[in-house]
Design a binder for this molecule. Sequence first.
Ligand code: APR
Ligand code: ZN
Length: 250
Amino acid sequence: MIEEAAKLLARSRFAIAFTGAGISAESGVPTFRGFNGLWKKHRPEELATPEAFRKDPYLVWEFYRWRMDLIRKAKPNRAHYALAELESMGILKAVITQNVDDLHREAGTGNLIELHGNIFQVKCTSCGYGEYLKESGRLEEFLAQSNLPQCPDCGSLLRPDVVWFGEPLPRSALNEAFRLAERADVVLVIGTSGVVYPAAYIPQIVKETGGRIIEINTEESGITPIADVFLRCPAGEAMEKLMTRIKGLI
Ligand code: APR
Ligand code: ZN
């Protein structure tokens, strides 16, 4: 199986990766659907919604500060680094992720499409203000405050620039992801349950336009039935083995 996956990637013309929370599990970031009750007994579906934010922005901001703090201490793992290496080898053309944890960028992936936003990015609820806290240097300040964060331009409430349940995805990221999927001859799908749309269309589009699907997951997912190669293995271990085999082929 690893051999077949390695061949598909090594011989590909335009390979892309599509990742979900499972790729960051070994970095200590809890996956979404394995996450229930981890924070004050709330399910993410109760906190990551526009309704929750309208009703209790303090609670939602408290949750996101906790998540930001947890995620900023997390480090990319072997799987994130392997994808960055595959890109620098010229094999992988892009990584499309549903994760907001920034670990692909930290690992060095250049062409990264973040379908669900980025947890270190905040935006104003009224004007067009946006800020990437890792770059503005205000992350510490943000995590230390317990009041509601305000827009420096207009004074309105700031919110995390992530896609909440029921919200549309950023149009340009989604269009770019669909374009890449149409072009790809191989998609490497890692650590996603493949049940959240429209993101889950990505591997389907690759398949429908004649491409192949390699999937790495510790369990079967919504994508497994259409996968050409399914590697049931933790992401880090699978990617390490895959990289060794690919390097033996090229
Ligand atoms: N290696 C590989 N796969 C793993 C590992 C691992 N070490 N650990 C867990 N997995 C798999 C699980 O089997 C599961 O299929 O990762 C997947 C995680 O699924 P979800 O928690 O549903 O995460 P994801 O698919 O990214 O969710 C999609 O839903 O909640 C929203 O916006 C949120 O981006 C998220 C989207
Ligand atoms: Zn504003």
